[in-house]
Design a protein around this ligand. Structure first.
Ligand code: MN
Ligand code: MN
Length: 451
């Protein structure tokens, strides 16, 4: 249903379903804030609904539920359709990394009796939003032996948290005159970590911090070089609004689409076309790494499927007959900042999943521009299943822009369109989504898999 407010058209039962789904989502994203944790939890969900690691199967037949993990950070889940892989497949790709603050390889230092961690921000953030909020630390340290240690501080009951300080307004006479860009240099995003000194003369607070790390986790300073530590906003995602219609939470870009697409897939049985949910890493930094949407992992996985199903042709024949959704969030009209949007072409909160033909920037640079034929097909399958959906664009022409992973599927010769949940305050520590849109996204992906 095009551009209609879902709350107005749904009956009580529909609304209850939307609230129930959003509550499961809220709990899931509160527990799984990093790409590694999201991946582990999604594999658990899939295994519980009968998915098996592809290497466990000698032969693959229609109805089989399979998955494959790439280096703990990328995963593809699939259900084999009755028509066989040669008739093409339905691909949905979403990303499980979110903007955050990574610790640098040598993060710890001491200044005026305070120990800090230096960070390097990951993804596009407005840096001032990350000051003076409670932060949690998630990480994995890999020792030279290959042994791993995971660390989580800040989200479990009783945990301490971390923060980045800001200047008091009483002394901000000069600070407030600077532009936002000049006023908040990335190099200043230093995390306050400790203040109790050890008995050593040199850097006593830093030394005390390192000895706590060593005693509690067996980590030495040099081990931090082979670690991944991510600072993310502490605390659970919350219901937002007196009517509880919204979710306020960290990293909904793009865990909202990732979760909706995973759930849509695992709930499926008896599909005509084979269906895949691809969860990728590194989208927020351009998709360059081996666990990103640009890696050849999908190709590798399909070749293994082809071999185990007896499909003899080149896998390009699978692409040729396939269709894809790039499941990433879109921006919603925010009346507080109406000057940034074209109000006729921006999605509205609560009006369903967004379908975005044009991404990129300036003269559509970077956009994959799916054809009118493909958009017509999408309209048909969503309307047939009474999915609330709306066409959207990120904002005004020449106001900025953004890219998605759509291009990495489109270049395989698969028609691909961006389709995901609308967000307000995208990339802020706490992003806003509507439960109506979250549930509509789930219904949209479900309709796509069944098409
Ligand atoms: Mn995204
Ligand atoms: Mn993003």
């Amino acid at each position: 249903m095009l551009k209609t407010n879902a709350w107005k058209t749904w009956n009580d039962k529909d609304i209850e379903k939307a609230f129930d789904f959003a509550e499961e989502y809220r709990k899931f994203i509160s527990r799984n804030k990093t790409e590694r944790k999201f991946l582990e939890a999604s594999v658990k969900i899939a295994r519980n609904s009968g998915f098996k690691e592809i290497s466990e199967l000698k032969k693959i037949s229609p109805g089989d539920r399979i998955f494959k993990v790439n280096k703990n950070k990328q995963v593809i889940f699939g259900i084999m359709g009755k028509e066989g892989i040669e008739s093409g497949a339905r691909f949905i790709v979403a990303h499980i990394d979110s903007p955050r603050l990574d610790l640098k390889p040598s993060p710890a230092y001491e200044d005026e009796g305070i120990a800090f961690f230096k960070t390097y921000y990951y993804g596009g953030i407005k840096k001032y939003q990350w000051l003076t909020i409670p932060l949690a630390l998630y990480g994995v340290v890999v020792f030279k032996t290959g042994e791993k240690k995971t660390i989580e501080i800040g989200d479990n009951p009783g945990d301490p948290v971390f923060t980045i300080t800001d200047l008091l307004p009483h002394l901000a006479k000069d600070q407030v005159k600077r532009t936002i860009e000049e006023g908040f240099p990335g190099e200043n995003l230093n995390i306050l970590v400790a203040t109790i000194p050890s008995r050593e003369e040199k850097e006593p607070v830093k030394n005390n911090l390192l000895s706590i790390l060593n005693k509690t986790y067996g980590i030495k300073e040099d081990d931090l070089i082979s670690s991944e530590f991510e600072m993310v906003p502490a605390g659970e995602a919350r219901d937002l609004g007196i009517d509880r219609s919204l979710i306020l939470g960290y990293g909904q870009d793009d865990r909202v689409c990732s979760y909706a697409c995973l759930r849509a897939l695992v709930e499926k049985k008896n599909l005509a076309k084979s269906a895949f949910c691809i969860l990728v890493d590194q989208e927020e930094i351009g998709s360059y790494g081996s666990t990103s949407a640009q890696s050849t992992f999908l190709q590798f996985f399909l070749e293994e499927i082809a071999e185990k199903t007896g499909f003899k042709k080149n896998i390009m024949h699978i692409y040729e007959n396939s269709r894809a959704l790039s499941a990433d969030v879109s921006s919603l009209f925010d009346p507080g900042y109406r000057e940034a949007y074209d109000s006729r072409n921006t999605a509205r909160i609560g009006h369903g999943v967004c379908v975005e033909r044009t991404t990129g920037a300036r003269g559509k640079a970077g956009s994959t521009e799916p054809s009118a034929e493909y958009i017509a097909w999408i309209r048909k399958i969503f309307d047939e299943k009474k999915v609330h959906w709306q066409p959207s664009e990120i904002g005004k022409v020449e106001q900025g822009g953004g890219g998605t992973v759509a291009t990495f599927l489109a270049r395989l010769n698969i028609p691909t369109i961006d389709c995901g949940t609308g967000v307000i305050s995208m990339h802020a520590p706490f992003e806003v989504t509507s439960k109506a849109d979250i549930y509509s996204t789930h219904l949209a992906y479900s309709a796509f898999y069944a098409s």
